[in-house]
Structures are given as C-alpha cells and as structure tokens.
Ligand binder design. Structure first.
Ligand code: ADP
Length: 415
C-alpha cells in the first residue's frame, strides 16, 4: 500500500510531526510546534532545503493538529486529507499491556487512557492527538508505538522493586524502562551489523534524557529507567538514581510539597542542578574554561554511565558483542566517550581507537563507526538513533497487514 504516512510525537507542551511517502520512506515535510498552551507558542516547518517559522497562539494539542493540517493543505504537501494512509503515534507508556506496536482501536485507546497515571505529563497530549485524528479521519489506521514496549522482555527479578507486593499487584509499581523505540532501532541495526539475531549489547542512549539497556540474545534484559524516566543515569535535568529517603527529608527541610520536590528532581536536577546548565556543549565549554562544578557534573555523568556498563557487563556474563553509543551526547561527545572507554579498558578488555573516535560525530564526515581497536574483546560502536523511522516502519507494516487481512475499515465504534 503506497501512500502518505504521518508520524506524530506529542510531548507535554509540544508536537512534532513528519509526513513521509511509503514504501520509499521519503520525508516530505516535518514540523515542530512548541510551547502549546502558552501565549508565545510557535512552530517551525522544514521541507527540501526550506525552513519557515511562524508565531501563533496555540491553546492545545487539538489546535496544534488543526494548524498542522492547515499548513499541509495550504502548502500542497497533501491535496486532501484522504491521501493519508496511516498515522503513527509515539506513546510514552504501554504498561504491561504492550510489548509491540499496535493498531489503535477503542480497547487500545482505553488502555492508553488508563495508563495516564503513569505518564501524567505525556499521555493527555498523546490521547488528544489520537482522538482528534479519530474524529477527523476515523477510517485511517492509527498505530501506537510505545516507549516501554521493547523492555517488556525483562525477567521479573530485573523489573520488580523490593516493596510490598501489593504495590505491584494493585498499583502497577515496577520498572518499565523508556527509550524502547531507540534501543530497539539500535538492536535491529546491530543484528544487521553482526549478521545474527542473538546479539548481546550494552546500548548507551545518552541525550538530554538518558538510559542504558542491556540486550541479551536480541531482547531487553535490563534497563536503567524505572517506573518513570527519572531513574538511572544522571541526565540533563533529572537526578537519576538517588536514595528515595531524600524526598521526605528535603520536603521537611525546605518546606516543599512532594509534587514540588518531584518537579525539582525531574526539571532542576542532573547536570543542570550541579553545573547550572543542562546542554552538554555548554557544560563542556565551562569545564574546559576551568569551571569546577561543570567538571564535577561531567565526572558524575561519566561515573553513572561506567557503573551501569560494569553492572550490565556482569549480567551479560561478559559475553558482549558491542557497547553502542547513541543520541545527542553519545553520538557527539568525543571526549566523554574516550573517558568512558578508558575507564573500563582494563577491567573489561576493550581498547579505544582514538583516531576512529575522533572522526565519528554528527558534525564530522562519519556519523557512525567502530571506535575500538581489533585487540578488544568486543566492539564499541557509535550509531545515530532513529526513533521516527521505527514509528514509520511499524505504522506502515501494521497498516499493510490490516489491508492484506481485509479487516473492516473502521477501528472505532462509531457513536
Ligand atoms: P533529547 O532527544 O533527550 O532531547 P538529544 O538526543 O537531542 O536529547 O541530545 C541532546 C544533548 O546532546 C544535549 O545535551 C546537547 O548538548 C548534546 N549534544 C549535541 N551536540 C553535541 C556536541 N557536538 N557535543 C556534545 N554534546 C552535544
């Protein structure tokens, strides 16, 4: 089924979209609507070599989608909305319901709604996106691609917390993991690279948000994020793993509510909390100019990455095909990558190829490549992630399957 497919990634106050022609996978246009709900909301459109930015007050996600369609039609990227054959949504939380992407029907939508308590910032915007599309084009398949799905293969001892079992049974408290779409993309790319399905990997997705995933035999075995994306590594603005008693203690000490502390741990902690900046390029610049807190923040990030690599290396019994670095920092921060590999070099039997490392980044000619020497027991690889491609691929494949099965065209009960 060739045609145009939309990919939608709704954040709490933003909406990214991209329109593709499939099966070619050609990008027609992409857009980014920011500050939804604020007076100063604006959006950017990019197509061919062109870029356009417009200021427009956009109240909510439904209005954001209306703005998107208006632009798509006005600029003739589509002549009519009937040209759209499928819509893929990035959905934060699939809970224990989903270990793969699915066509959204009433039951799926109901399940996504029931998971709003686990994704309170993201799910309302995502649900608004799905419902607006459902109203506008009820006969076009919509696909949910969950950030948690890839991690559903974790063994129970890896995803359980040692809290009263009722918290798991009655309240769904457990480790879910996030960035699953990225970890899956890298896993599939490594399966191609090593020409085998049962790859063992430690994938370091280090962007503003960051997580590491241990992949055993091509499946997620463990990951650093937990019930929410707050857990695990030191991140741009998130604290990562801390003693949970900090919360009650600091509430009392600074007269803050639990909600306020939770907000601070998510938005004002991590690199920002220590160095006063959350963009890694700014922190590197400060550190190079002698700023001690920036230097400390980088050391803390490095240490948290090294500690999880060491833990997962042991969990994988030392049988590793590759450590892979991806996302903004992983793909670009050459010095940090070198420091990490040099810290584990002796213990894990890996050697950095400095020349190779120095030549791979998005601002260099080579954007991916092996950065370890042939004397290493496993490879270290830099590989750009591509979550959007995964959403597009699943949306296309599932829409195709529906067509082949000739399932009736309506996925929602018409009211
Ligand atoms: P997210 O998708 O979670 O917003 P990204 O994967 O886009 O995050 O990564 C953003 C991070 O990547 C920022 O901290 C940014 O500073 C960092 N980054 C981007 N380019 C470079 C670079 N050339 N050197 C070092 N860090 C970089």
């Amino acid at each position: 089924m060739s045609g145009k497919f939309l990919v939608i990634n709704a954040g709490s106050s933003s909406l990214k979209f991209a329109l593709y022609v499939m099966p070619e996978g050609t990008l027609i246009v992409n857009g980014y609507i920011e500050k939804i709900g604020n007076l100063d909301s604006f959006y950017t459109l990019k197509w061919n070599e062109k870029k356009e930015e417009k200021r427009k007050q956009i109240e909510n996600h439904t209005e954001a989608l209306q703005t998107m369609f208006k632009e798509l039609l006005e600029k003739q990227f589509i002549k009519d909305i009937s040209e759209i054959q499928g819509i893929g949504h990035r959905v934060l939380h699939g809970g224990e319901f989903y270990s793969n992407s699915v066509i959204i029907d009433d039951k799926v939508l109901q399940n996504i709604k029931s998971l709003t308590k686990l994704g309170p910032l993201h799910h309302p915007g995502e649900i608004a996106g799905i419902e607006s599309m459902k109203k506008l084009m009820p006969d076009v398949p919509q696909v949910a691609v969950f950030d948690t799905a890839f991690h559903q293969t974790m063994p129970q001892e890896n995803f359980m917390y040692a809290v009263p079992i009722e918290w798991y049974r009655d309240n769904s408290v457990r480790k879910y993991g996030f960035h699953g779409t990225s970890h899956k993309y890298i896993t599939e790319s490594m399966q191609e690279h090593f020409k085998k399905k049962d790859v063992n990997l430690i994938i370091c997705h280090i962007g503003s948000g960051a997580s590491i995933c241990a992949v055993k035999d091509g499946k997620c075995h463990n990951t650093t994020m937990g019930l929410t994306p707050l857990d695990g590594l030191v991140m741009g603005t998130r604290c990562g793993t801390i003693d949970s008693s900090v919360i009650e203690y600091i509430c009392k000490e600074r007269n803050l509510s639990v909600e306020e502390v939770n907000h601070i741990l998510n938005k004002n902690s991590g690199l920002l909390g220590i160095a006063g900046k959350n963009d890694f390029r700014d922190i590197e610049e400060l550190a190079n100019n002698g700023d001690e807190m920036a230097q400390l923040a980088i050391k803390m990030l490095r240490k948290s990455i090294v500690n999880f690599i060491a833990q997962y290396f042991v969990e994988l019994n030392g049988e590793l095909d590759a450590i892979v670095f991806t996302a903004g920092i992983g793909e670009n921060a050459i010095t940090l990558r070198a420091d990490i590999i040099n810290s584990i070099s002796n213990a894990l039997g890996v050697e950095l190829d400095s020349n190779a490392n120095n030549s791979v980044a998005s601002f260099k000619d080579k954007k991916s490549g092996v950065i370890s020497t042939i004397h290493s027991k496993f490879q270290v690889i830099v590989m750009p992630t591509n979550e959007e491609y995964m959403i597009l691929k699943d949306t296309f494949e599932l829409s195709q399957q529906l067509k082949e099965k000739d399932i009736p065209k309506s996925y929602f009960i018409k009211k």
